[in-house]
Design a protein around this ligand. Structure first.
Ligand SMILES: *Cc1c(COP(=O)(O)O)cnc(C)c1O
Length: 374
């Protein structure tokens, strides 16, 4: 069958039998009326902790709540300053404001597209923050992840890690989510480990942080009708947990397929104005997305070609945080070297999802190559 379209992402490539197993599981939950909490959630949290290599995993309603819960768990309070990258998804910024704290944006490196330790240290000097949120984008992480953790620790800055995109990613040979003080992820359907609706999780090796996170997720409950804190209702549902438990059985195959797609682009798109960017050598990526940069004045024409060939694409992300109209009433400062803005204008993401076929990849590569031949 010859191909005439490739979506940027599709969620409908499930393993044989997955659908039937899920529907059977739904019947079981329905019959037991186990809708929130229960063994399905307990199984999910146990599997997540094992996979991620953290002592504790706490499920919650979504990846944004997970960041808010992590911020509160480490003790971020009203008016505290929290550093966030200028290049991230808006939820990172939003979470800081939603807990009453004040975000300061810190630019990323133009090479690694992530924070570098020098700029991070300069930001600590400049803003004297209570906390910082390091974000691991694109299924990668900063090559300086370990150094940034140390710099934060040395300066007494509480470091939260937004790992919404980095489930399965390693830095210096170790699971990113498992090595943090406290980290978060999202199971939004389009993430590498997606649910069939919204869900998220918090990871930590610290017993007290895990306890506090669990209390915050569930109305500040210390007992069924004793409330020790102002929390949220951010509990994870049983249907989502069922879907995730089944997905976790296939996660290695899904990540392998994504990594192969990214590798295919890396190997087959060389010497072009569109430069495929790879994770740093000490980072082992999960294949969340294929990232390329192109001079901004050339991007529009390539996008037109992709559209004409029915090839989906992304621009993750099309704008820096500090430049969002919703940011100006909340931003207390920024370190802006122009990099986040440049990346937002230069980035192009090619189709990448679990079980994308070789034919689909070849179709995309051929279209890109042909575009630059003209
Ligand atoms: C998806 C995402 C979030 C938010 O997760 P939700 O589950 O959609 O709330 C936060 N940060 C980053 C970097 C993300 O990619």
């Amino acid at each position: 069958m010859s191909i005439s379209a490739v979506p940027f992402i599709t969620l409908n490539r499930f393993e044989d039998g997955f659908r039937d197993q899920f529907l059977k599981g739904v019947e079981g939950l329905f019959d037991n009326t186990q809708f929130v909490g229960g063994p399905m959630v307990a199984e999910l949290e146990a599997t997540l902790a094992t996979k991620v290599g953290s002592k504790y995993a706490v499920g919650c309603a979504n990846g944004t709540d997970a960041i808010q819960i992590a911020l509160r768990a480490v003790g971020v309070e009203k008016n505290d300053v929290v550093l966030v990258p200028d290049m991230t998804f808006w939820a990172t910024f939003e979470a800081v404001v939603n807990v009453g704290a004040n975000p300061a944006t810190v630019d990323v490196s133009r090479e690694t597209l992530h924070w570098d330790v020098e700029t991070f240290k300069a930001a600590i000097e400049k803003f004297k923050p209570k906390a910082a949120i390091m974000v691991h984008l694109y299924g990668w992480a900063s090559p300086d992840t370990t150094a940034i953790r140390k710099a934060a620790k040395d300066a007494g800055v509480l470091l939260i890690e937004d790992g919404a995109q980095c489930f399965g990613t390693e830095v210096d040979g170790k699971s990113v989510l498992g090595e943090s003080l406290i980290s978060t992820t999202s199971f939004y359907p389009a993430k590498v480990l997606g649910a069939s609706g919204d869900a998220g999780a918090i990871f930590t090796n610290d017993e007290n942080l895990a306890k506090t996170a669990r209390i915050l997720v569930n109305h500040g409950r210390t007992d069924h009708y004793s409330h020790g804190m102002i929390g949220w209702n951010s509990r994870i549902g049983a249907y989502e947990s069922l879907f995730l438990n089944l997905s976790l059985k296939h996660i290695d195959a899904r990540l392998d397929s994504r990594r192969e797609a990214v590798k295919y682009y890396q190997e087959n798109l060389q010497g072009l104005p569109l430069k495929v960017v790879t994770a740093a050598s000490n980072v082992s990526e999960n294949g969340y997305c294929a990232v390329a940069l192109i001079e901004p004045e050339l991007r529009g024409a390539l996008i037109e070609t992709l559209k004409s060939k029915n090839i989906g694409f992304g621009t993750i992300y099309p704008g820096a945080m500090s430049l969002q109209s919703g940011a100006k009433d909340h931003l207390v400062g920024s370190i802006d070297n122009g990099n986040a803005h440049y990346i937002s204008q230069a980035v192009l993401n090619l189709p990448c999802f679990a079980y994308i076929t070789k034919e689909e990849l070849a179709y995309v590569v051929a279209a890109v190559k042909e575009h630059f031949k003209k």
